[in-house]
Ligand binder design. Structure first.
Ligand SMILES: NC(=O)c1ccc[n+]([C@@H]2O[C@H](COP(=O)([O-])OP(=O)(O)OC[C@H]3O[C@@H](n4cnc5c(N)ncnc54)[C@H](O)[C@@H]3O)[C@@H](O)[C@H]2O)c1
Length: 400
C-alpha cells in the first residue's frame, strides 16, 4: 500500500491532530505544511522530520502532489482553504466549525457536490466514547422516543483559550456560541436524529469585557499554553494579557425547535470554575445523562423507572472506560476514519451536511441573541435534504 501524502494548513494548538495520521510505511505520511508562522514551521519539522516541505504561500503548497490535507487554520480561513483544496480535488479534513457563516458552508457543499469531492468535517465529539454510548442507548430504545435534549457547557478555560486570541473577535468566529457550540449543537442533532428548524437565544459579554489587562504588540503576554499552571488565573476578571478586542459573548443560551418536532437547548458559559459538558436526553420512557466527559469515573446514567426524588441508585450506570489519545480517544479515532474515507470512501460517522446544520443553528442563534432574542429560522439546505451529494462517495445521511 502506497502511503497517502498528507499536508497540513495551520499548525497551531490543534496541530497535534496531524501526528495521528503520520504512519510512514503503513498507509499515510505527513509531508507538507502551509503556515506563515516560523514557530509553527519549526515545530512541524521537529515532529515530522527534515524532509517535509514548508510553504507560506498557499498556491505553492497546493502544488505538492498531496492526497489529503488537514485544515487546522483559524475558523475564518476554513472556507477559503477548503475551497482551494476542493478545487484541486484534494481530500479535505476541515476542522470544526465548517465555516463562520451558513452561506460559506453552503458554498463548500455545493462545490464538493459539483466536483464529487471528499469533504470531511472534524466533529470529533461523535467519536467520544461517552457520546457514542448515549447514542447507542437512544438508538436501542432505552428511553423510548427522544423528545428533548439539553446541554450545559462549563468552560473554565474560557479566558485562556477563547479571550486571548482571534477567538475573541466576531469577525473571526461570528460568536463563541457558533465557534465552540458547533460541537454540542452537532451532538444534540445527532442524538435527536434531526436538525434545528428555528432557534431563539440570549447572550452577553458579562465578565471578560471588564478585564483591563490586555495584550499589546509592545508587551506580549506569556501564551497561556506556555504557563506552568492556569489554576492561578482565577477569578476570570483578574486575568491578564487578554486579547485587545473582545466583542463575543461569554455566556449564551439557545433554545432549538428541531425539524422532527423535538426540542433542544444549549447553555455555554466561559467563566465557570470547572470544565465539562453535561448532556441529558429525555424520551417518553426514560432519561439518560452523562457524568464526566471521559476521565476516570465517567459514566452514562439511565433512569427508566419512576421515583419522587433524585435517585442515583435508581439509575443503571454504564461506565465509560478511559481511552488513550486526545479528547478521550476521539482524535485517533476520527483521524483513522478520515484516512479510511480518503482511501476507500463509504459511510462516515461525521457528516458535512450535519456540520453545516450545526453552523447554521449557531449562526441563527447569534442573530437572535444580537437582535433581542426573537425566533430565527434556520434556512434549509439549498437543494433539499438529499440535495448535496448522491455520487459514489455518498454520505450516510439516511439517519438524519
Ligand atoms: N475539534 C476540536 O476538538 C478542536 C480543538 C481545538 C481547535 N479546533 C479547531 O482547530 C482550528 C485551529 O485552532 P487552534 O487553536 O489550533 O488555532 P491556533 O491559532 O493555535 O493555530 C492556527 C494556526 O494557523 C496558522 N495560520 C494563520 N493564518 C494562516 C494562513 N493564512 N494559512 C495557513 N496557516 C495559517 C497560524 O500561524 C497557526 O499556526 C480552529 O478552527 C478550531 O476551532 C478544534
Amino acid at each position: 500500500m502506497t502511503d497517502l501524502r498528507i499536508g497540513v494548513i495551520g499548525y497551531g494548538l490543534r496541530g497535534g491532530l496531524a501526528a495521528h495520521a503520520h504512519q510512514p510505511g503503513h498507509g499515510a505520511a505527513v509531508v507538507a505544511l502551509c503556515d506563515p508562522s516560523p514557530a509553527a514551521a519549526g515545530r512541524f519539522r521537529a515532529t515530522f522530520g527534515p524532509d517535509v516541505t514548508i510553504d507560506t504561500d498557499l498556491e505553492l503548497f497546493l502544488e505538492r502532489d498531496l492526497d489529503a490535507v488537514f485544515v487546522l487554520s483559524p475558523d475564518y480561513l476554513h472556507h477559503a482553504h477548503a475551497r482551494a483544496l476542493l478545487g484541486r480535488d484534494i481530500a479535505v479534513y476541515l476542522e470544526k466549525p465548517m465555516a463562520i457563516t451558513t452561506a460559506d458552508c453552503d458554498d463548500l457543499l455545493a462545490l464538493a457536490r459539483q466536483r464529487s469531492g471528499r469533504l470531511y468535517v472534524g466533529h470529533n465529539m461523535r467519536h467520544m466514547p461517552f457520546v457514542r454510548e448515549m447514542k447507542r442507548l437512544i438508538d436501542a430504545g432505552a428511553i423510548g422516543t427522544p423528545k428533548t435534549a439539553w446541554c450545559r457547557h462549563f468552560v473554565s478555560t474560557g479566558g485562556d483559550y477563547y479571550f486571548s486570541d482571534w477567538h475573541a473577535e466576531r469577525r473571526y468566529t461570528t460568536s463563541l456560541l457558533l465557534q465552540k457550540g458547533a460541537h454540542d449543537i452537532d451532538v444534540l442533532h445527532w442524538l435527536m436524529g434531526s436538525y434545528t428548524r428555528s432557534t431563539t437565544a440570549v447572550g452577553e459579554l458579562m465578565v471578560y469585557g471588564d478585564a483591563t489587562d490586555r495584550a499589546s504588540a509592545a508587551d506580549p503576554p506569556t501564551p497561556w499554553h506556555e504557563r506552568e499552571t492556569l489554576l492561578d488565573r482565577w477569578p476570570p476578571a483578574s486575568q491578564t494579557g487578554l486579547h485587545p478586542v473582545i466583542d463575543v459573548e461569554d455566556v449564551s443560551m439557545m433554545l432549538m425547535t428541531l425539524q422532527n418536532g423535538t426540542f433542544a437547548s444549549y447553555q455555554q458559559c466561559h467563566f465557570t470554575p470547572d470544565y465539562w459538558r453535561s448532556y441529558t436526553v429525555i424520551g417518553d420512557a426514560g432519561r439518560i445523562e452523562n457524568v464526566g466527559n471521559g476521565g476516570d469515573g465517567t459514566a452514562v446514567h439511565l433512569f427508566d423507572c419512576r421515583t419522587d426524588r433524585w435517585a442515583p441508585d435508581g439509575a443503571t450506570v454504564y461506565p465509560i472506560e478511559p481511552t488513550a489519545g486526545g479528547h478521550g480517544g476521539a482524535d485517533p479515532a476520527i483521524v483513522a476514519e478520515f484516512l479510511r474515507y480518503v482511501r476507500d470512501g463509504g459511510p462516515t460517522e461525521t457528516s458535512p451536511v450535519a456540520a453545516r446544520y450545526a453552523v447554521a443553528a449557531g449562526y441563527a442563534a447569534t442573530e437572535s441573541l444580537r437582535s433581542g432574542g426573537g425566533m430565527v429560522a434556520v434556512p434549509p439546505l439549498p437543494g433539499g435534504p438529499a440535495g448535496w451529494f448522491d455520487g459514489p462517495a455518498a454520505r450516510p445521511e439516511a439517519t438524519l
